[in-house]
Design a protein around this ligand. Structure first.
Ligand SMILES: [Zn+2]
Length: 111
């Protein structure tokens, strides 16, 4: 079985074994433009996809740097990078988000 390697994009640190498991679980989540906390070390995961770029990871010390980086690079694309904490620890089942087009308001539900 291939072991996925996660590194903080700022300091190249590796997660502890339990956080590694949390990070591996986030890989199967198909979500668009969302922050996720990977416990117990509380790494920050950015689920980009599409115009928001690849998934990105930051260790606890560099969470703020990742948020700043994403807002600088993708902040003009849509509201997702501007979301503030608390972030969910998992996003499975959150399919609603994917149907919302970037740059346009969500369609109103039928009356
Ligand atoms: Zn780091």
């Amino acid at each position: 079985m291939t072991r996925l390697i996660f590194r903080c994009q700022f300091c190249s640190r590796r997660p502890d074994p339990l956080t590694q498991i949390s990070l591996e679980k986030t890989v199967v989540d198909v979500t668009f433009g969302a922050y996720v906390d990977a416990m117990p070390e509380q790494w920050l995961v950015w689920h980009g996809h599409g115009p928001y770029g690849p998934p990105r990871y930051a260790c606890p010390e560099h969470r703020g740097d990742l948020v700043a980086y994403l807002r600088e690079h993708y902040g003009a694309i849509g509201p997702h990078p501007w979301k503030g904490p608390p972030y969910p620890t998992k996003i499975r089942g959150d399919r609603q988000e994917r149907r919302v087009s970037i740059g346009r308001p969500a369609p109103k539900p039928p009356a």
